[in-house]
Write a protein that binds this ligand. Structure first.
Ligand code: PRP
Length: 218
């Protein structure tokens, strides 16, 4: 009989990975060696369950899943929308809730209302472009940044930003506000298209187990 193959999970580093591991523990999936905060290992194995886990930068998770280097990924919906990879999105995990928003100083609200040609700084150029061009029909200049996006309107790089707002404290501490909401976001489970066919039973069982602990109904 064929040995069961390993199912590989790519987890986005940081807060989401911690919540994901806590949720997996509730359905009996554990990975003790991953909990060691000092480890420099990149990949972790649960031999009994034939599972492997690795931590990757959030935006790389859909890439690993599309190419089949991971069967399953757990990542924020913001990253899925921005990366636009050929993957199946199979489950809203319901945690990691936040909002994608247009933010800036209060004075910038008028620029949004009057469809001015403004500059928009963001880590999410595809989401920003889609929002301004296809939903608002406003021509803007999009400037890609890689972090600390809130700096941009403060130092005069842009009039507004498109970024994630969770608690709102980064905005408040920097004198900025939510000016418009683009969409709500949460953590999602994504699956490689071939893995979904080849490992259909194991993956659907995992989805069913996760739904039961996350109290998600059909
Ligand atoms: C994210 C986001 C905001 C902040 C929002 O940044 O880009 O800056 O969190 O959270 P809050 O509403 O709870 O303050 P992250 O911490 O991921 O770091 P980054 O600025 O380097 O992207």
């Amino acid at each position: 009989m064929d040995e069961q193959r390993y199912l590989t999970f790519a987890l986005g580093k940081g807060r989401l990975a911690k919540q994901t591991l806590r949720t997996f523990e509730k359905i009996g999936i554990t990975c003790e060696e991953m909990k060691d905060p000092d480890t420099r290992k990149l990949i972790f194995v649960n031999e009994d369950l034939k599972l492997r886990f690795f931590l990757a930068k959030g935006p790389d998770v859909p890439t690993y899943v599309e190419y089949g280097a991971a069967d399953i990924g757990i990542v924020g919906e913001d990253t899925i929308l921005e990366e636009a990879r050929n993957i199946y999105e199979v489950l809203d995990l319901g945690f990691g809730k936040c909002r994608m928003c247009v933010c800036g100083p209060r004075e910038s609200k008028e620029l949004l209302e009057h469809q001015e040609l403004i500059r928009v700084a963001t880590k999410y150029p595809r989401i920003a472009k889609n929002y301004f061009y296809n939903q608002k029909h406003q021509t803007v200049e999009i400037i890609k940044l890689n972090g600390s996006i809130e700096l941009a309107p403060i130092v005069g790089l842009s009039e507004v930003i498109v970024d994630i707002v969770e608690t709102g404290s980064t905005l408040r501490e920097n004198g900025l506000e939510v000016l418009e909401e683009v969409c709500p976001l949460s953590a999602r489970m994504v699956v490689n298209q071939v893995s979904m066919k080849m490992e259909y039973e194991r993956i659907t069982q995992l989805i069913t187990d996760l739904k039961s602990v996350l109290s998600i109904s059909e």
